[in-house]
Design a protein around this ligand. Structure first.
Ligand SMILES: *Cc1c(COP(=O)(O)O)cnc(C)c1O
Length: 364
């Protein structure tokens, strides 16, 4: 039994039924198991509004970062150049991957509370024809800001680049029109908005763009192309797959559909977020990101003027009352974060707000 619910950006609170799905030890070369893999791959294409003739899904062992690194280290050729737009720690992580793999990277850094500006991006694209790929984060979990991927996707198409999007903490809860927005490679993972458990990531790829990635990978285990070729044959994973996690994910997909799909999940998370912001503002906290750019996944709060609670103490107080919150990730400001994704509902937000109010009253 859970002693607390997670108000974190993943792993997150899952249903009892998703956890129960892991009670089976499945054989990996069995036809039933391979069919589950194939069904998952198909369902994910559906959530991205793309067809199986033009796009394909690759499942990759490891957490979300493994999926991102698989794409970064496979799809950019030796003579390629990546334009990276970053405004948070996950963007910085992609930069680090480029350094490890000696990938030529033009890094455009934006402030953590600022959305990558298409006008500035276009200026860079105009004078740097050597750029072959563009990468950016959709929901930057560092702050909770929601970046505008559609307008950058449009530029990517216009300038004939290949577009890579880390949609880790948004896919499944924010509608993404992959083809309309010209996204070629999209990465997310099992333990975020689809509400599975941690253990693998997935990549939705444009088949035409993926075709050119043969023999380009800089590592064996994370070779996206090779993983795809094996999986495409009959649903077999190249190396040992996280069978229990796959079963849980299959159940989580079914539950997402039962809830009403991406739209319904978005409604629930957005409602949680609106209520959280309203309640916390009343308590004197300030949202770090401008409301116009705030996503429905996670919120960063600044402490009330003149107050600076000890995060660890506050965390312990809230945890003892049933919820785990998240520390801030900004380098220049004292903040904390609250995620509203997973099996979290209005009553949880109300309860958390009461606990917070109580804690503040105690602290005077
Ligand atoms: C969670 C997350 C990742 C992956 O992080 P892991 O710790 O590897 O799961 C990558 N990008 C974003 C935006 C995320 O929220």
């Amino acid at each position: 039994m859970n002693t607390y619910k997670l108000l974190t950006p993943g792993p997150l609170t899952t249903t009892a039924t998703v956890k129960e799905a892991m009670m089976i030890d499945h054989c990996t070369w069995d036809d039933d198991y391979k069919r589950i893999t194939q069904d998952i791959r198909k369902d994910l294409l559906g959530f991205a509004h793309v067809s199986e003739t033009e796009y394909t899904t690759i499942l990759m062992q490891g957490s979300g970062s493994f999926g991102v690194e698989s794409v970064i280290s496979t799809v950019i050729p030796k003579d390629g150049c990546l334009l990276l737009l970053s405004n948070g720690a996950y963007g910085e992580r992609i930069y680090k991957m480029c350094c490890y793999h000696h990938i030529d990277c033009m890094h455009m850094r934006f402030a953590y509370d600022e959305i990558p500006d298409p006008i500035k991006v276009e200026e860079v694209l105009k004078i740097n024809p050597q750029i072959t790929h563009i990468a950016m984060i959709h929901s930057e979990t560092t702050s909770g800001i929601l970046n505008d991927i559609a307008s950058i996707g449009k530029l990517s198409h216009q300038y004939k680049k290949i577009m890579i999007v880390d949609a880790m903490s948004s896919f499944g809860a924010i509608d993404i029109k992959m083809k309309e927005w010209y996204i070629d490679f999209l990465i997310s993972s099992a333990n975020k908005c689809i509400q599975g458990v941690p253990g693998f990531s997935f990549i939705i790829a444009n088949r035409d763009k993926l075709k050119y990635c043969k023999d380009q990978a800089r590592t064996l285990s994370l070779d996206l192309y090779d993983q795809w070729v094996t999986m495409e044959k009959d649903g077999k994973w190249r190396y040992t797959s996280p069978t229990h996690v796959v079963l849980a994910f299959s159940k989580a997909i079914q539950e997402l559909k039962e809830e009403g799909g991406v739209y319904a999940r978005h409604q629930r998370y957005q409602h949680n977020m609106n209520l959280l912001i309203q309640n916390f503002e009343q308590l004197g906290f300030t949202l770090y990101v401008d409301k116009a750019n705030q996503g429905p996944i996670i919120a960063t709060f600044l402490y009330p003027e003149g107050k600076n609670f000890d995060f660890h103490e506050m965390y312990q107080y809230i945890k003892a009352r049933g919820y785990a919150i998240y520390p801030g990730k900004l380098t220049d400001k004292e903040t904390f974060r609250i995620g509203v994704i997973g099996e979290i509902y209005e009553e949880d937000i109300q309860k958390l707000s009461r606990i917070m109010k109580e804690y503040m009253e105690r602290k005077g």
